[in-house]
Design a protein around this ligand. Structure first.
Ligand SMILES: Cc1ncc(C[n+]2csc(CCOP(=O)(O)OP(=O)(O)O)c2C)c(N)n1
Ligand SMILES: [Mg+2]
Length: 393
């Protein structure tokens, strides 16, 4: 495999980002990809099934429809959450638009007893774990700090502190190994997070302790407004080599490849052969969060080029070509999507505001004098509003 360094490929960049795929209409897909390191692909953007020598997958029509349904419902939920933020029902939302295949493919590779450490964008993985999507919204509405019990679905709470969850995953995986269990752990993080010291430390520890952990990096090309080439001089998956474990780059918009590659990495972890870094090469189609405006720092053509690689569309093309799904299936799924959207709207709007004093609960298991002092101060502050209301009568 020939791998050019990012620096060699793109000598000088202007502040307005141009991408390796900036001229999609004139450049055939094959030529574009040949300038990038090889990635594992089982379903092309045109919906053609292709083989890979190291990763095989054989799914029934029902399983393929299942993956399609997962991606469609996740996208619908995500669109609803974005709309709810715009209507003032959520304070913020981090959309997964474009990353459905990376999340559903990897999420469906997991066993129930595996443990997941997500970031804040893994709504598709949460879906695969059986977390009710409405539970993801409380934190974004500001009415709770999490919204689900991590141990019910082996899906940890969302983590905002970039990269820190890779350390939690590594420690957890070391514990799994000590227990002699054959389950695996997966940590999700982004291209930007790969620059964090926490990630480097978790690579070191997991390698040395042979921890059963899969590092699943969704390289969506952007860390807010910073492009990937500001994070690394080499393709991210190659970082693993320096730590002594394998790294693989997969087409993150190909749900079949993401499933096959993650499955293989999890099996390797279960066999006691240690960590794997999976780099899912994908694209953040939307804004970083609803507080961001990507038109300020990236060109429209870049998004358009990635639209042609849409993860849902390519599976739909394949399903139709293979006769694996009929019109009735797509119609029923449309109806199911609408019903999900309606349920999400209703549940969010009915979420009660918490008692303001509840913010001091669960800070320390056994209490703390400083928290007690702050609680008393805040209670007095709250009471001052009651006095004002009385005076106004
Ligand atoms: C330790 C830390 N530093 C900075 C931030 C601010 N921050 C929030 S998201 C983000 C970018 C993360 O990019 P990436 O890891 O690529 O994930 P993506 O948002 O693209 O999924 C940053 C810098 C943070 N939350 N935590
Ligand atoms: Mg990113």
């Amino acid at each position: 495999m020939t791998v050019e360094s990012t620096a060699a490929r793109k000598p000088r960049r202007s502040s307005k980002r141009t991408s390796a795929v900036k001229t999609p209409a004139k450049t055939p897909a094959k030529t574009r990809q040949s300038s990038e390191p090889e990635l594992v692909q089982l379903l092309t953007p045109e919906g053609e099934r292709v083989e890979h020598p190291d990763y095989q997958i054989d799914l029934t029509a029902e399983e393929l429809r299942g993956l399609y349904r997962d991606m469609v419902l996740t996208r619908r939920f995500d669109a609803e959450a974005t709309a709810l933020q715009r209507q003032g029902e959520l304070g913020l939302w981090a959309s997964l638009l474009g990353q459905e295949a990376a999340q559903i493919g990897s999420g469906r590779a997991l066993r129930d007893d595996d443990y997941v450490f997500p970031t804040y964008r893994e709504h598709g993985v949460a879906w695969c774990r059986g977390v009710d999507p409405t539970n993801l919204l409380g934190m974004f509405r500001g009415v709770n700090h999490g919204g689900w019990d991590p141990n019910t679905n082996n899906f940890h709470l969302y983590t905002i502190v970039i990269g820190s969850q890779t350390l939690h995953a590594t420690g957890y995986a070391m514990g799994v190994a000590k227990d002699g269990a054959d389950s695996a752990v997966i940590a999700y993080f982004g291209d930007g997070a790969s620059s964090q010291g926490d990630v480097a430390e978790s690579f070191t520890f997991s390698a040395v302790y042979n921890a059963p952990v899969v590092f699943f990096c969704q390289n969506n090309q952007w860390a807010i407004s910073e492009p990937t080439e500001k994070q690394t001089r080499v393709p991210l998956y190659q970082r693993a080599q320096g730590f002594g474990f394998p790294g693989v780059r997969v087409d993150g918009n190909d749900v079949l490849a993401c499933l096959a590659v993650t499955r293989s990495a999890l099996e390797r972890a279960r066999r006691g052969e240690g960590p794997t870094l999976v780099e899912a090469f994908t694209y953040r189609m939307g804004a970083h969060t609803t507080s961001d405006d990507p038109t300020k720092y990236r060109a429209d053509e870049e998004r358009a080029a990635w639209e042609a690689k849409d993860p849902i569309l390519r599976l739909r093309t394949y399903l139709e070509k293979e006769g694996a799904a009929d019109e009735a299936f797509f119609t029923a799924l449309d109806e199911e999507s609408e019903a999900l959207g309606k349920r999400v709207r209703e549940v969010v709007r009915a979420m009660p505001d918490p008692d303001p004093m509840a913010i001091f609960d669960n800070v320390y298991a056994d209490g703390n004098p400083l928290v007690d002092e702050e609680r008393a101060q805040f209670a007095a502050y709250q009471a001052s509003f009651a006095d004002t209301a009385e005076e106004g009568k």
